[in-house]
Design a protein around this ligand. Structure first.
Ligand code: NAI
Ligand code: ISE
Length: 336
């Protein structure tokens, strides 16, 4: 069976996901495209999805009987309305992170899915599908004793002009927020942010770099450096200190070269390349579940918890050094 997928939001990642569904993955075709920028949808149709119909309004795409499942890849602030429309239509929906830009918005999605009674939503936390993180989790679960500390870094070479301080949390750190819950099988109880000396490559509305300190319910301490104008590359680091050993996220595979008296390895510069394989695996997983009329992988609950945790980190940014508590409501049985 081939499921018919509609994409709402045809910018960088919407285009890339449409390409992978049509050209790389099996079991699905892109039949609908929608974007507030019509030219963007038209360009994606002509470049990667020639059979797709273009819809002027996202909700019309979601309601169409030529669309069985939906990908929401619009800007974060325009996720909630489309995910709620997909749930109302009873259609499986893959939503890029963040599930919603506020915890209240994510909660509305959880409530709607719980009322529907069956999972329909997968959140695009692709690191859970990354081969390196999966290897790391296996080692953390079985080889190094209880995890005690995590040292991590999320570095982008640069970010667009409109990227401002809270986006370091909602847009960037949110990947760590989710993946460490999964890696450590734990939840956060507090967050703190401290700002070191600012890079000269940043601007007035973006404090960069920042250090986020998280504490989990089991007492694990996590420090994450978020540095989004680091200049040199796209670099994701994670080291777990356990009571019997230390485990580090593998570096992406890269040829080691000796040339002109140098020994070196290239560092990637684009997030699209760093997690290219995991985007393929997460969307193939989405297709496999959507064929059965449901969803698997990261849940709306994970998206909601990430939103609550992110909000606490943003509150911590606003009061540097202050420890902001994080408390979670009870988890509905649907997400047990
Ligand atoms: P982008 O700016 O390239 O594309 C977003 C598109 O959404 C634009 O074409 C815009 O016109 C469209 N849009 C905005 N409001 C809309 C609305 N109300 N209805 C329909 N379309 C609308 O942004 P990008 O980088 O593609 O990011 C999109 C989403 O994907 C964001 O939520 C971002 O956080 C997430 N993302 C996830 C990544 C990952 O590693 N999982 C990587 C990059 C982005
Ligand atoms: C972007 O939206 C992503 O999701 C990337 O993975 C992240 O590294 C970047 O900082 C975000 O802006």
């Amino acid at each position: 069976m081939t499921i018919r997928i509609g994409v709402v939001g045809t910018g960088a990642i919407g285009r890339d996901h449409a390409r992978r569904i049509n050209d790389v993955l099996t079991g699905a075709r892109i039949t609908g495209l929608s974007d507030v920028n019509l030219q963007s949808a038209k360009a994606v149709k002509s470049d990667v999805a020639p059979d797709a119909e273009i819809f002027a309004v996202g909700e019309e795409l979601i309601a169409s009987d030529t669309v069985d499942a939906v990908l929401v890849t619009s800007w974060g602030g325009a996720h909630e309305q489309y995910v709620l429309a997909a749930i109302a239509a009873g259609k499986p929906c893959f939503c890029e992170k963040p599930l919603a830009t506020t915890a209240e918005g994510a909660k509305r999605i959880v409530d709607a899915e719980v009322a529907h009674g069956k999972r329909l939503v997968q959140v695009g936390f692709m690191r859970r599908y990354d081969a390196g993180y999966r290897m790391l989790k296996k080692v953390v679960d079985s080889e190094i004793g209880q995890p005690l500390i995590v040292h991590a870094a999320h570095r982008n070479p640069s970010v667009p002009e409109q990227y401002v301080t809270p986006m370091a949390i909602h847009d960037t750190l949110i990947h760590e927020i989710d993946v460490f819950r999964w890696l450590l099988d734990d939840d956060y109880v507090s967050a703190q942010v401290v700002f070191p000396r600012a890079s000269s490559h940043t601007h007035a509305k973006l404090k960069d770099p920042q250090i986020v300190l998280l504490e989990t319910a089991k007492g694990i301490r996590i420090d994450v450096e978020v540095f989004v104008n680091c200049q040199y590359g796209y670099d994701i680091q994670c080291q777990v200190v356990g009571e019997e050993g230390i485990a580090s996220l593998p570096e992406p595979m890269s040829v080691v070269m000796r040339k002109e008296a140098q020994l070196g390895q290239a560092i990637l510069t684009d997030w699209k390349d760093r997690f290219v394989a995991s985007y393929d695996v997460e969307l193939q997983d989405f297709i496999a579940a959507a064929v059965k009329g449901t969803a698997s992988g990261p849940t709306s609950w994970d998206g909601y918890v990430a939103a609550i945790s992110s909000d606490a980190c943003v509150a911590a940014q606003e009061a540097p050094g202050r420890i902001v508590p994080i408390s979670l409501p009870a988890r509905p049985a649907l997400y047990a």
